[in-house]
Design a protein around this ligand. Structure first.
Ligand code: ADP
Ligand code: MG
Length: 700
């Protein structure tokens, strides 16, 4: 049994940090910028690294280039020399039993007068050499006997303007001391089973570890905790109960008729996935013989790279549902996409007596009413639409299958609402975001996953180039050549408009600029802040070919199909996640012409180089997403966010796969023991899970 602290009064961890020693109202505002409001928030603000100041050295043993900790006596106090207007050099001489050393600070107005001859100090700094003599540069210093941040392993935190390491370090020290014993969230039996350290021990050692072994044990605990809470939160938000029974289709071989009518032979991968879907839907022999255990509803995710032919697979499933006498619905995240799907299905189902009806928010009331009517009477066999499908007014006669396209744009709640429209209809979710297994396990632990890992034959991979700003002229010349030849181009920018703070390329200005450079071609602009109607108009102009160059933000990311567009230029490509770049690139290469993707990247750091290289050498979405996770920098907001997960505080989904597996087992244990987590044992853990809202988990 976990025992909770009942001892003497200590500060509450829910208390505002403003009341912590050393933090006033003003500083509290700065902390707030980092999302830190309470003492608990502060404690969970983990260091990004540690500095090992625990190894004490003697002056005689110090070598050039080392960063060391020394215990010294002040020999001659600080003297300032102003070399130039903006260069102040302060020096002092210190000594220990083995020798003397010059200590130098640059532009530090505060050190003068701090030290008296004979004072004993601990210094921590880098040893350099100047005119043949060793010196210590810009050290951290503390009076001997009152060391707090020297002589030990010291945490370094991600900073924000106005906050220094020292402020954070001392705030953290007070918080740990004054918060006293923290109440544990993870029940003891689970900690024992999975060898997870206790909260108080872990909290101390994640910030102020005695050595790195303790730190690692502490870190493991918080990684486990973070992933466990995430899994538990996800399972409580997963609106769809897969154990539910659903409609079973008697005739599942009818899909063969449909496949025969397609204008192309299916790829092996498409065939395999259709088979998997068929197996989900069919009434099994066991059932016919009266075993009621089978027949659970289909809850399947189909992952396939852009252009892998997911629509045909969805159509096959829809066909099966309709031929078995039921209705099917297909939901898309935007009106344009819904319209494209409706068109595609119309072509697929031509002369088959299948009635496809559209339902979107922008339809006139009269049109909507007609659609409602057809849906409720069953005259509509297939309904294709946007979120409008899940409005209360919509009633289905007999909904047996729901296909949700590009599911990562859909909230789990929306999925659940759509499911509630029928009698537990089968759910088929199509995603064009190939995600690494680790993420798939977290996000879709409750779904069966099918993968279309093969592109239709004859596809030419998009040729990708990464270039710097210097190449812009040539890029525009190339753009002009292609557009003159009748092709179309996308240009994606990270920003909508100019901002003071950022010199990133913005769509508005670039669109204007391009229109002046290429007055003969119509340039369009599209971004998320535009009214939906205007957005649709612009997109329509591009689909029809009136607009030749479309400048946009990432709003075009999702599934739009314009086969005549063969160039994708991405500005500030270094700012996008690799999976996102891959998605964007997938907008081209859908027609006969060779397609090109040009990544204009700024900055020359190693990670950027590697990321751009990955894009140039690979067209495989799964490979790219693995690399993305691996090359993800700390705090990279495109990293996990684009998959719809909250930003990880401490877990690295790539490196911590082992702990992830453990946390998954633990989550399963808990779900089996007390799924709602209502017992006293899980009360505190449940509260933590509730903090992760559905909004945080699901993007958009
Ligand atoms: P996505 O998986 O991105 O949704 P689509 O379903 O839109 O891909 O398919 C992309 C294009 O490939 C469409 O024009 C579609 O007709 C075509 N296509 C799909 N399957 C095949 C196939 N097996 N052979 C040839 N072309 C195919
Ligand atoms: Mg698609």
């Amino acid at each position: 049994m976990a025992r909770y602290y009942t001892g003497k009064e200590l500060i509450k961890i829910s208390k505002n940090i403003q009341y912590l020693k050393g933090i006033g109202e003003k500083r509290a505002e700065l902390f707030k910028k980092k999302g830190i409001k309470t003492v608990e928030d502060l404690l969970y603000y983990f260091p990004r690294s540690h500095e090992d100041r625990s190894q004490m050295k003697e002056i005689a043993d110090c070598a050039e280039g080392e960063t060391v900790c020394i215990s010294v006596t002040v020999f001659s106090p600080v003297r300032d020399v102003r070399v130039r207007k903006n260069l102040l050099i302060s020096t002092m001489v210190v000594s220990d039993q083995t020798g003397a050393l010059n200590v130098v600070w640059y532009n530090n107005r505060y050190v003068k007068g701090q030290f008296m001859t004979g004072d004993e100090y601990i210094l921590y700094g880098k040893i350099t050499r100047s005119r043949g003599k060793y010196e210590m540069l810009n050290p951290v210093y503390e009076k001997k006997g009152s060391e707090r941040f020297t002589g030990k392993i010291v945490p370094l935190y991600p900073l924000t303007e106005g906050l220094t390491q020292k402020i954070l370090q001392s705030a953290m020290e007070f918080a740990i001391k004054e918060a006293g014993r923290l109440e544990e969230y993870i029940p003891e039996d689970i900690r024992k089973k999975y060898h997870i350290a206790e909260l108080n021990y872990a909290m101390k050692n994640i910030h102020f570890p005695e050595d790195f072994e303790h730190y690692n044990i502490a870190r493991e605990r918080f990684v486990f905790e973070e992933l466990l809470i995430l899994q538990l939160a996800l399972s409580s938000h997963k609106g769809v109960n897969t154990e539910r029974k659903s409609v079973k289709f008697t005739d599942i071989l009818c899909v063969r008729e449909f496949v025969k009518t397609l204008p192309f032979p299916l790829t092996g991968a498409q065939k395999r996935v259709i088979k998997e879907i068929r197996a989900d839907m069919k009434r099994t022999l066991n059932e016919i013989l009266g075993d009621c255990k089978s027949g659970r509803m289909m809850n399947r995710l189909v992952q396939g790279d852009v252009g892998s032919g997911k629509t045909a697979v969805a159509a096959a499933a829809i066909y099966t549902a309709v031929k078995n006498g039921h209705q099917a619905a297909m939901m898309a995240p935007t009106e344009i996409l819904a319209f494209q799907h409706a068109q595609t299905l119309d072509v697929f189902f031509k002369n088959m007596g299948i009635n496809v009806v559209m339902l979107t928010g922008s339809m006139k009331t009269k049109e909507k009413r007609l659609a409602y009517e057809m849906i409720s009477t069953g005259a509509a066999n297939v309904v294709v639409g946007t979120h409008a499908i899940i409005q209360d007014e919509v009633e289905f006669a007999d909904l047996a299958l729901v296909v949700a396209d590009e599911q990562h744009r859909f909230g789990v709640e929306q999925r659940a609402r759509l499911a509630a429209k029928g009698n537990n209809p089968h759910m088929l979710i199509m995603s064009a975001t190939p995600i690494p297994r680790t993420l798939a396990l977290i996000l879709y632990g409750d779904l069966d996953i099918s993968v279309i890992d093969e592109l239709p034959p004859g596809r030419k991979p998009v040729k990708t180039f990464a270039v710097g700003e210097k190449m812009r002229k040539r890029v525009f010349a190339f753009l002009e050549k292609n557009v003159k030849a009748g092709m179309q181009a996308y240009i994606v920018c990270p920003l909508v408009e100019e901002t003071e703070k950022s010199d990133l390329q913005n769509a508005k200005m670039l669109a204007e600029k391009l229109q002046t450079i290429f007055p003969d071609f119509k340039t369009g602009l599209i971004h998320g802040r535009m009214k939906p109607k205007l957005k649709d108009e612009v997109m329509d102009g591009f689909v029809k070919g009136d607009i030749r160059i479309l400048v946009s933000t990432t709003v075009i990311e999702v599934g739009v199909n314009v086969p005549n567009a063969n160039i994708m230029i991405i500005e500030n490509a270094e700012r996008f996640g690799l999976s996102q770049l891959h998605q964007l690139r997938g907008r081209v290469g859908r027609g006969q012409e060779q397609a090109f993707c040009i990544l204009i990247a700024h900055g020359n750091n190693e990670i950027t180089k590697k990321r751009m290289e990955t894009m140039c050498i690979s067209n495989d979405g799964f490979y790219i997403s693995e690399q993305d996770l691996q090359l993800r920098g700390p705090g990279d907001f495109f990293g996990t966010r684009q998959h719809g997960l909250p930003e990880m505080r401490i877990a690295n989904l790539f490196e911590d796969r082992d702990i992830l597996a453990l946390s998954q087992m633990a989550a399963k244990d808990i779900m089996e023991e007390d799924a709602a987590m209502i017992t006293e044992k899980y009360k505190r853990l449940r509260k933590r899970c509730e903090k992760i809202t559905a909004d945080e988990i699901v993007m958009n």
